[in-house]
Design a protein around this ligand. Sequence first.
Ligand SMILES: O=C(O)C(=O)C[C@H](O)[C@H](O)COP(=O)(O)O
Length: 188
Amino acid sequence: APLAKALVAGGLPVLEVTLRTPVALEAIAEMKAACPDAVVGAGTLRNAADVKACMDAGCAFGVSPGAPAALMDAVAEAGMPFLPGCATATEAMALADRGFEVVKFFPAGAAGGPNLLKSLASPLPDVKFCPTGGVSLENAPEYLKLPNVCVVGGSWVIPNDALETGDWARIEALARAAVTALRPLQKV
Ligand SMILES: O=C(O)C(=O)C[C@H](O)[C@H](O)COP(=O)(O)O
């Protein structure tokens, strides 16, 4: 709850909690209760069971590092707002064929960074990307200046040591710095 409040106070109301701990869904419930105006979703969805658990928990959206067919079928059936992950032209094309106009590029830094997305802009001009994975305040502008990048995601606003010590003021300041620097470049 205090983390959600700090992020929202800093100007970041769209929060993704990854399903990487046994308490993720509980954390989502606490964030929603603490910040009713925030848009709280889940990340690292891997299968149909995750989709069901997230829909039951009232997640506003889902995010995944990838897009296996069984997961995407469950997402379509549930009508869940979703940001599927991809890292290659073939994967981006498959998601575009499923009707996705915006997809996640993951792991952005390791998979080729801004250069890879620049190369995809000519053959796939209709596919827009949200790079995540290794995005930082320093390199985010390089992504956001590309015509096929509309938004970025990342955990740099929540350093582990700040989270562990409950330094909510520092997290709020990092969120505000991200908004100040990047909102003018964002295209959504
Ligand atoms: O698992 C998912 O569904 C995700 O969305 C992955 C996250 O976006 C990245 O793990 C963030 O990467 P860092 O900003 O480098 O920490």
